[in-house]
Design a binder for this molecule. Structure first.
Ligand SMILES: [Fe+2]
Ligand SMILES: [Fe+2]
Length: 367
């Protein structure tokens, strides 16, 4: 029977200048069903890692040209592809070497001679971590799909999560927030904030894509996206109460249009009745909307957006979040610029393909 986690899709890169050691390792890995490739040193390994095919790298330390420590550093510093799980397998097993390896970015450290079954278990630990990353990517892909209907260009969601993470990072050093905002909170908001508008999938095109101002009735329908998104996420949370990221996604979807003074929607919550994550996303989302061009409006300058948010402290927004935002103002400007540029590059490749797919789907619907 096939091992559920150890799929044939987990390609392993073995890096060792000793051909016998490399082949022994390759043999053990092949026995367990892992397709394996050998690189003779760090330089050759980098070349393989760049292809994006290898998510697990097992490397020796002592090698000519680029050693295992330098290899780990190079992979981490350059983020050459999606997360790569790095295991150092070496004859050097003193504490100092272990610390040096982990400090360089290795995830795990094993000494030679190795036990094949121990190595297999360590690879499985790596696969669990990579599986977690795949889940995060899947959540983000769903958010992107929902967002693509009215925002097919730009990197709104990528920016939102960066803004939220930065606001949380700032707040976490404040006395009043340091108990609440820890590493898990920050990671959760990073993953869940892109789902804030997922409920827009339930809004008809004639309203969602209307180029002009919405009538009162249309606005009432548009406002339902908060509740639709929350209801959808609630059903998943009910089935998986342990999924903290989705619980936060539910709160954000429901409350990101509430206002500090109680004049927002859907429930007219005010002040701290609004969950903190909803108050944070409100600032991030409004800043990004103001500085982005829409069919019905031009983009405001960064300065104008800052002024509007500053003036909204205590009415639209939580004054503390606005204070944090003002401290991070330059970071917001930078993210806006950086992501705009990379989005333009990606859109140049992605949009023609996206539009062609849409045409195919709509021609199928008319059959
Ligand atoms: Fe929204
Ligand atoms: Fe948004």
């Amino acid at each position: 029977m096939k091992d559920k986690l150890s799929t044939e899709n987990t390609h392993v890169l073995v890096v060792d200048d000793d051909p016998i050691a490399a082949e022994t390792l390759q043999h053990a890995l092949t026995e367990y069903g892992y397709p394996t490739t050998i690189a003779n040193d760090g330089v050759e390994a980098i070349h393989h890692v760049r292809t994006g095919k290898f998510r697990i790298v097992i490397s020796d330390i002592e090698m000519p040209r680029m050693n295992g420590i330098e290899l780990c550093r190079e992979i981490r510093e350059r983020s050459l592809c999606d997360y790569t799980y790095l295991i150092l397998l070496t004859g050097r097993c003193d504490t100092e070497s272990v610390i040096e390896g982990l400090d360089a970015g290795a995830d795990d450290y094993m000494s030679k001679p190795f036990s094949p079954s121990e190595l297999r278990m360590r690879i499985r630990a790596g696969e669990r971590l990579l599986l977690q990353e795949s889940r995060e990517l899947m959540i983000f892909a769903l958010a992107k799909l929902a967002d693509s209907r009215d925002n097919e260009t730009g990197s709104h969601l990528e920016r939102i999560r960066e803004f939220c993470r930065a606001l949380c990072g700032e707040l976490s050093s404040w006395e009043d927030y340091k108990e609440v905002i820890d590493g898990i909170y920050i990671q959760s908001i990073y993953e869940s904030s892109p789902l804030h508008d997922i409920g827009k999938v339930g809004i008809p095109d004639r309203i969602l894509l209307k180029p002009g101002k919405l009538t009162d009735d249309e606005f009432a329908i548009m406002s339902m996206h908060s509740q639709i998104g929350a209801d959808t996420l609630q059903s998943v949370v009910d089935a998986h109460p342990e999924a903290t990221v989705l619980k936060m996604a539910y709160q954000i979807a429901l409350t990101h249009h509430e206002r500090w003074d109680g004049t927002g929607y859907p429930r007219g919550l005010s002040g701290e009745q609004i969950p903190l994550c909803g108050r944070i996303v409100a600032v991030a989302d409004v800043y990004d909307a103001l500085t982005s061009e829409r069919v019905y409006k031009k983009a405001f300058s960064h300065e104008k957006a800052v002024q509007i948010i500053r003036e909204g402290a205590g009415t639209h927004f939580d004054p503390d979040i606005v204070k944090a935002f003002l401290r991070l103002e330059d970071f917001f400007r930078k993210i806006k610029t950086d992501f705009n540029e990379s989005a333009e590059r990606k859109d140049a490749e992605f949009l023609p393909r996206f539009k062609r797919n849409l045409e195919i789907v709509s021609s199928l619907q008319t059959l």
